[in-house]
Every structure is written in structure tokens, then in C-alpha cells.
Design a protein around this ligand. Sequence first.
Ligand SMILES: Cc1cc2nc3c(=O)[nH]c(=O)nc-3n(C[C@H](O)[C@H](O)[C@H](O)COP(=O)(O)OP(=O)(O)OC[C@H]3O[C@@H](n4cnc5c(N)ncnc54)[C@H](O)[C@@H]3O)c2cc1C
Length: 459
Amino acid sequence: MNKSYDVIIIGAGPGGIYAAYELNKLAPQLKVAVIESGHPLEKRSCPIDGVKIKSCVRCKSCSIMSGFGGAGAFSDGKYNITNDFGGTLYEYIGRKTALELMHYVDGINMQLGGAGTKMYTSIGSAFKKLCIQNKLTLLDAHVRHLGTDINYIVLSNLHKLLKDSIDFYLDEPVLDLGPTAEGYEANTSKNTFTAPYCIVSVGRSGSKWLEKTCRELDIPTHSNRVDLGVRVELPAVVFDHLTNELYESKIVYRTEKFEDYVRTFCMNPRGAVVTENTNGIVTVNGHSYEDEKYKTDNTNFALLVNKHFTQPFNDSNGYGENIARLSNMLGGGVIVQRFGDLIRGRRSTEKRIDENTVVPTLSATPGDLSLVLPKRILDGIIEMINQLDKIAPGTANDDTLLYGVEVKFYNMEVEVSSRLETSHKNLFMIGDGSGITHSLSHASASGVFVAREIVSEVN
Ligand SMILES: Cc1cc2nc3c(=O)[nH]c(=O)nc-3n(C[C@H](O)[C@H](O)[C@H](O)COP(=O)(O)OP(=O)(O)OC[C@H]3O[C@@H](n4cnc5c(N)ncnc54)[C@H](O)[C@@H]3O)c2cc1C
């Protein structure tokens, strides 16, 4: 069927949803469609239950990554207000505007169910000094912890608010996108959507599709980095002094051996380790709930090293994918290893994991991460664990668990203007899909930004 709109938005993650929210608020007369490949929010469910289904069964549409709410729906809902990490949106729209938009979205999240959640800050924290004394750097950020449960409520309220004025098409992947005389045409297997304006916000799960689309539309792209490493899980008490004050601490360490940077990422106090499926590759991630009854005894966080290939090989994601594939080949999915086993150069076994004092929150295959991760990356991670042990004694205990591999794939960076517009007029690329953002806050802010750009032309 042919469906004609003023604006079509591809992807219903935070970028797409906040673009729709702002368009609806500032220009309710506009006819807006949001087309999403994944399921409606209430139908999103990952089959892994830890009992019958223990590892990823590679669903056609991964409910962790796709559907209304995007990759953020079952995320920990750590909403970081900062230009220090989470993307480079500020390079396009300016530091002040980027921060203002992140605060603006935070305000909406508070009105739609997030009120009462805590905002933490690392700015002015005494831990900065402790970190510096141990060759570690604590980055500045305000962090709102919504938690997976409240994040879900906010998304569900956003849907309730928008569903009568915005047309959402779920379970409809856009197959191709092209220009028409009046604007753009997006085809799914059921419908053809046309509009003068198009916003593409397809996130990481849409990376392959976006690469193809940019090639077809001759939109220049640039290679991006990949972050590789492990997820660390340890007793929550080891990190309580940091997480109680900061919730999430983004700590960076420059290794002695190779002068590589290793950083902590996505810290989940009293949370759980989960798997993630990106384009069929199973990697590890983590989340935690705000509700006390879902809290575990463990804290988890990632330790990542970034690699950016340019010449003669420039496929950073391909490098990360192949390492993740190797781990999937050896472990059938995610591998878990005790830190003590890694240091002694032996694999972990079912028996050693069963006897471990830290009880894993994810059922993963006991194995040997040194057979998967390149030595340089693994050496950096081991150095960082020993360094963190100085500010959080117990981090380098034998029973600390390491899950691998954790990979943060970054989409290639699409060449866009300071309006986030591609070389094609009125075709905008935002959020994680554009390679410019890597977080809920930056992705949402980019959505509000382009909506305002469009409204400034049509109103
Ligand atoms: C487990 C997990 C935990 C996370 N925790 C946090 C956190 O605590 N804090 C934080 O800041 N970030 C977190 N993130 C990252 C965060 O979720 C993303 O940065 C954010 O969701 C990006 O928003 P987006 O709108 O750009 O893309 P996405 O959220 O990825 O949304 C893109 C949407 O587009 C759809 N799509 C893709 N291709 C097509 C197509 N061809 N046609 C139609 N639709 C398509 C996808 O199905 C998807 O729903 C986490 C991610 C994961 C996976």
C-alpha cells in the first residue's frame, strides 16, 4: 500500500522516538510515521530464561536490540549527561546545545515515570583524587539511573502519549530507501512510505542495512573504532563505596606495557550479566534494576580497549566480529573464566565455576579467554584489574569472573552537516546508526535536535 507522510522516521529507538515526540509537540499538524523492524514493546521478550534456554537462540528479530524502544528498552537506563563519553554529538551541534538537549530529554523522562530516580555525579567527587593517586582517571558526568524497570515504564508512557497522533508501524523492516521527485520513499514488504523529510535512526542493529543504503545513495562514510574486552563480575561489596556515591564510574587507565587505554564501561551495581545478539554474533552485556527485589549480590562492568583500523585495513567492526565469532565457536556463545584461572593459564571448568565463591548471574560456557582475545588486549585488561584492585581491593581476587567477549561495535560514521543532514537534502541520520552517538542520552538528544531543524523549516 502507498502511504504518504510529511516525515518518515526509520527506527523506534530513543533517537527515533524523541524525534517523533518533538515533532508532535512543536508541529502537531505534521503527519509522521515511525517504521520499526522489531516488535511492539509489550511483545519484546528474550527467550533466555537461564533454565530451559540458557544461551542465545538467535531469534529473527532480537528483542534485546530491536523493537519499540530500540536497544535501550531493556538497558540499565543509565542516562549519562556529559560530552566526555557516549558519543561525539557535540562536535556537530556544539557542547552547550548537546548538554541542554540531554537535560531536556531527562526532564521528559522524569515527567513520564522517571520521577524519584536518583541523579548521581562524579563532578567534585573525592574518588577523583584516589584514582589519580593510582594512575587512573575518573571522567566527569551526571548519571541518572532509571533502571531497566523504570526505563520500561517511561517507554510505555511515551508510546501511550504518541500512539494517537503518530503512526507506528512495528515488525516492518525497511528494505530499501531512495529519493523521489518530492522527497524519499521507504519500502517494506507490506507498504511504500513517501515523505519530503526522512530521519534514519536505525541504531547498531541496523548497521549492515545502513552501510548498504549509504553505498546506494552515495553518502560518504568513515571507518569507526571497535571496543573489545570482557565483562567483570564480582561481589557488589567490593565496589559499593564507589557505586553508592557515583552509581557508575567511568575510569580510564593507560597501561604500563603498551600505553593502551583501558576503560570501565556500563557499570551495573547489584545487576546481572546478559547476552546480546548483533547481526547473529553473541556477545556479553549487563544491566540492573532499580527495584530492590530484582537486585543481585554482584556488580558487573566492562573493561574495554579500543582499536581503530585505518590503513590498509579499515574494517574495525570486522576485526571485532571475528574475535566474537571465535569466542562463539569455542564457547557456543559467551565464555566465562575465573580471574585466578586466567592468571594461571588454565581454562575454567564447570566444576571450578560451581565451586566459585562468586556465583555467576549468566549461565555461560566455562573456558579460556586467552584463546580468544589478542595478547595485547588481554594484558591490558589484566593490568587494569590489578590497578582497580588498589582503589577497590578484591577486584583482582581469583574468584572474580570474566565473561567474554564484550564488543562495542560502532557504526561507521556517516558524513553529515552540523544539522545532522546527509549530502541529500532533508535526509537526516541520527543516533547510534550514524556512528555519532553511542548512548541513550546522545541518541535521544540527536532526535530532538533534527525534529527542531525540520520544524524550523516547515512552521
Ligand atoms: C543491553 C544493553 C544495555 C545498554 N545500556 C545502556 C545504558 O545503560 N545507558 C546508555 O546510555 N546506553 C545503553 N545502551 C546503548 C543504548 O541502548 C543505545 O545507545 C541507544 O539505544 C541508541 O539509540 P538509537 O535510537 O540510536 O538506536 P537503537 O536503540 O538501536 O534503535 C534503533 C532501532 O531501529 C530499528 N531498525 C534497524 N534497522 C531497521 C530497518 N531497516 N527498518 C526499520 N527499523 C530498523 C531497530 O530494530 C531498533 O529498534 C545499552 C545497549 C544494550 C544493547
